[in-house]
Design a protein around this ligand. Sequence first.
Ligand SMILES: CC(C)(COP(=O)(O)OP(=O)(O)OC[C@H]1O[C@@H](n2cnc3c(N)ncnc32)[C@H](O)[C@@H]1OP(=O)(O)O)[C@@H](O)C(=O)NCCC(=O)NCCS
Length: 178
Amino acid sequence: MVHVAEVLVNERARALPELLRLVALERGRVGTLLNVQEPAFYERMLGDGGATFIAVEDGRLLGFACLAGRESVHPFWSPHLDRLGVDRSRTGVLIHAIVDPAAHGRGVGRALLVARMAAARGRGLDLLVSTVDPDNAACLGLLEGAGFRRLETRRVYSANVLRVLLARDLAGAPRSAD
Ligand SMILES: CC(C)(COP(=O)(O)OP(=O)(O)OC[C@H]1O[C@@H](n2cnc3c(N)ncnc32)[C@H](O)[C@@H]1OP(=O)(O)O)[C@@H](O)C(=O)NCCC(=O)NCCS
């Protein structure tokens, strides 16, 4: 049974090495399309930079994914937020989801997405946004399958990388991951 939960304050120190084990796996995975970050980034996502959700089975970490708030809403989202009539303070950002390659295709990615949607809704957010590499069929399939809509494909971030910009309003999203 896969159990999904948010990493609590007193669990952060124990969770970090396990997260970094999956990060290293993804960094070494042939064909990865994820812009894997430095350990400090995941430490920040465990701290005040956002919230981290983990999927665990028999005590083993199968995957994790992060959720951030207004401080991570990049200026390139502004025209879309204005058009959708959503305030930046009510917008959350899906950041990184990494599932152990040995556990792909078992619903772990979806469970981590549902947990983040519920948590975002619980935090009073109205909209979730995400940027995805246009070649990342798995991630695009996951998000579009959960009701996210493509808004634009453009170059973003200091690395000027091509990304699909997707969003989903949280009205109707599950209030809890149960
Ligand atoms: C993207 C990722 C998180 C999906 O996790 P997963 O646990 O394998 O996905 P799930 O089993 O929950 O699949 C949920 C849905 O996603 C879509 N999906 C998953 N893998 C897919 C693939 N290889 N191709 C197309 N769609 C895919 C499908 O719609 C699937 O629904 P279905 O099983 O009913 O067809 C996983 O492939 C991963 O860790 N990739 C490497 C890191 C990465 O690129 N992360 C990007 C952030 S989303």
